[in-house]
Design a protein around this ligand. Structure first.
Ligand code: NAI
Length: 256
């Protein structure tokens, strides 16, 4: 008998970068839908606090916490977690950084490296670590990366970020091809503008915010939950024939 539509009940899902914003919304939806979730944050207290808060919202929700900085010993830390907890059904890589909004000629090497290491290098290391374990165990699995519409179209003032997210888009397609024969699905979500800390600076500028909203065919900036709903679907068995896809969740922003 097939599973209920988009059900993740009983699935084990590790969300890298899950304590706030879009990642937090994904964890909340997964917990609400009775998945066994573990969320990571750079700081253990933040991870634990977020997990406790999500558990408090949903009776009997299973939400664990893990400290992980994706720029530091990602493979070792993930391997330790897999040793202790087994292999999850899905790994979601949501960690991302976008600390600058400036012309490319002003971008420093330091900022370039920070953005690349967080958004792309960490994503690859997480994927490789998880896939090695799945391949060794001959187990199926799935990965979901949170990219951006900046990974689909050029994004002025966000050069390093756009390069990292375009890299991630290419990586997702390629990893999907590499591992499809091993029953490992690899997909991505590309959010448009979402109301989180990452975009707080843009939201605080009324002129800029209005300009952003005017460009969105649906006429508003997304809430994190609107991204989370699509993430839950892509993790579920209902998306079993989806791999190598990057789904724009952008209110129509990249249609034109
Ligand atoms: P956020 O700043 O609230 O969340 C970023 C997440 O990445 C946090 O959980 C943070 O702890 C984690 N993170 C950053 N550096 C890390 C590191 N070195 N190690 C481990 N975790 C790290 O922002 P938001 O908006 O929730 O972003 C989530 C994802 O969505 C990011 O990948 C971002 O690029 C992407 N995105 C966001 C959009 C938006 O408009 N807010 C639009 C398109 C994509």
């Amino acid at each position: 008998m097939s599973k209920p539509f988009a059900s993740v009940a009983g699935e084990t899902i590790l969300v890298i970068g899950g304590a706030r914003g879009i990642g937090r919304a994904i964890c909340s939806r997964l917990a609400e839908q009775q998945a066994n979730v573990t969320l990571t944050a750079r700081n253990f207290e933040q991870a634990t606090k977020a997990a406790t808060e999500i558990r408090a919202c949903f009776d009997n929700a299973s939400v664990g916490a893990l400290q992980l900085d994706v720029t530091d010993n990602t493979a070792e830390n993930l391997d330790s977690w897999f040793d202790a907890n087994g292999l999850p059904d899905t790994v979601i890589y949501n960690a991302g950084a976008s600390p600058i909004y400036e012309r490319p000629e002003k971008t420093t090497d330091q900022n370039w490296d920070l953005i690349m290491n967080t958004n792309l290098r960490g994503a690859f290391i997480a994927a490789r670590t998880y896939a090695r374990r799945l391949l060794d165990a001959d187990k199926p699995g799935s990965m979901l990366f949170v990219t951006s519409i900046a990974g689909l179209v050029g994004s002025p003032r966000l050069g390093a970020y756009a390069a990292s997210k375009h890299g991630l888009t290419g990586l997702v397609k390629t990893l999907a091809m590499e591992w499809a024969g091993n029953h490992i699905r690899v997909n991505a979500i590309a959010p448009g503008w979402v109301r989180t800390d990452l975009t707080a600076g843009l939201q605080q500028n009324p002129v800029l915010e209005k300009r952003l909203i005017d460009d969105v065919p649906l006429g508003y900036l997304a809430q994190p939950e609107e991204i989370a709903d699509v993430a839950v679907f892509l993790c579920s068995d209902s998306a079993r024939y989806v791999t190598g896809a990057t789904w724009a969740v952008d209110g129509g922003l990249t249609c034109g």
